[in-house]
Design a protein around this ligand. Structure first.
Ligand SMILES: *Cc1c(COP(=O)(O)O)cnc(C)c1O
Length: 425
């Protein structure tokens, strides 16, 4: 196990929270994390997150804040912004969003007016809650309309339908991005259609930001996208937080800064911005590109085992870090039963609806899993193929407790042989 975090004051002062932290350290080190939106940060990022910057109010932006004492906050935020721009090859970065959801809220209000139409990916086809799900506040304010996949077996987006919808509805914004979609998007096509109707193009890269930064996947900015929103804690392997990037339009950047603060948020979380700066520094190193490539290779290794076992994968497979398997359609086990059985053997993932799912969201047909966290701890293609084999064994016989005991032990051994690293440089 990677060495426990040094927290002597907590140990003395608050045994309940101390014990919960130790428990979580053990859980993370002995279990296999396949939730595609999770990852492990370096100790350097953890130290920045736990630093004295948590004490500081710094409303405003570097050089123009509303409180005194900003000589060090300005250093940290400027470095975070510069590194973000370098990583994503763009002119402007706002690193203050507290997470991915508020980044999107701030972005919508910066670039759209209430009532404006936003054309985004259908939520059942891989889009995200913050892309206008009816349960969100956003859905009451903006007019979200949808595009879908043409064919869930290939994952191809239906660009004919997307274009027709865009021509008819004249959206203010065309939004790309997803949380349960395993193929690459044709960014050039999005930009072409957006130009035709005069829409702004935004990519919500929350899931794949690290793959873009690590040059393992194409960068939407290279195809002319205007804006990228993202989280910083998924494949980008930084602290929990969000960020908004603008390719070159200074008016957009200005509107976004105003929208984040004072439009939506108060004081930025400067300790987490320090953590973002450290994580971006790591992502700028060549080692991070190797990491990003390995995430894709590992996902491909899992894909092969699933396809060889005739299990249906949405999109027909994967071109990124995640897979969405129709376990109900292929094996007769529901997504919920699959999630719980795998949890019992130390494999953490989530049940997930599949495109046009006949089942309900709380017990859907699919499971979603991915390789970013396992790759961080050093799993290679062989390890990932073995994990996929074990998953399928469990899914095929998910009430067999002897089997689950044996698999639990093998997963634990695999994990202990690959401790979570303390540093990536
Ligand atoms: C994870 C995610 C978000 C939300 O991020 P939070 O940090 O959980 O608020 C937004 N958009 C997409 C596409 C995501 O995958």
């Amino acid at each position: 196990m990677s060495s426990p975090q040094l927290i002597p004051f907590l140990e003395k002062q608050d045994s309940e929270i101390f014990n919960a932290i130790r428990g979580e350290e053990k859980r993370e080190s002995e279990g296999l994390e396949l939730i595609p939106s999770e990852n492990y940060v370096s100790k350097a990022v953890l130290e920045a997150d736990g630093s004295v910057f948590t004490n500081k109010y710094s409303e405003g932006y570097p050089g123009r804040r509303y409180y005194g004492g900003q000589e060090y906050t300005d250093v940290v935020e400027n470095i975070a912004r510069e590194r973000a721009c370098k990583l994503f090859n763009c002119k402007f970065a706002n690193v203050q969003p507290l997470s991915g959801a508020p980044a999107n809220v701030a972005m919508y209000f910066a670039l759209c007016k209430p009532g404006d139409t936003i054309l985004g990916m259908d939520l059942g086809h891989g889009g995200h809650l913050t892309h206008g799900h009816p349960v969100t506040h956003l859905a009451k304010i903006f007019n979200f309309i949808r595009y879908k996949m043409k064919d869930p077996e290939t994952g191809e987006i239906d660009f004919d339908e997307l274009r027709e919808t865009a021509l008819r509805e004249k959206p203010k914004m065309i939004l790309a991005g997803f949380s349960a979609y395993s193929r690459n998007l044709d960014y050039a096509k999005f930009v072409e259609i957006a130009k035709e109707v005069g829409a702004i193009t935004v990519m919500d890269a929350a899931h794949i930001a690290g793959l873009i930064a690590g040059k393992a996947l194409p960068n939407p900015f290279d195809f002319g996208f205007d804006v990228i929103t993202t989280t910083t804690h998924k494949t980008l392997r930084g602290p929990r937080g969000g960020m908004i990037l603008v390719r070159e339009n200074a008016d957009f950047a200005k509107a976004i800064d105003k929208s984040v603060f004072p439009g939506l948020q108060g004081g930025p979380h400067m300790h987490l911005i320090a953590g973002k700066a450290v994580a971006f520094g790591e992502a700028l190193k060549p080692e991070f590109q190797t990491y990003a490539q390995q995430i894709l290779k590992n996902a491909k290794a899992m894909e092969k085992v699933f396809l060889d076992a005739d299990i249906r994968l949405l999109g027909g497979g994967t071109s990124n870090h995640l897979l969405l398997a129709d376990v109900f359609g292929s094996l007769g086990v529901t997504g919920k039963d699959a999630q719980f059985a795998l949890d019992e053997v130390g494999i953490t993932l989530n049940m997930n609806s599949i495109a046009d799912d006949p089942r309900k969201p709380l017990d859907p047909s699919g499971i979603r899993f991915g390789t970013p966290a396992a790759t961080t701890r050093g799993f290679d293609e062989k390890d990932c193929a073995r994990v996929a084999e074990l998953m399928i064994e469990v899914l095929k016989d998910h009430e067999n407790s002897d089997l689950k005991k044996r698999v639990r032990e093998e997963i634990r051994k695999l994990c202990l042989a690959r401790p979570i690293p303390e540093s990536f440089l």
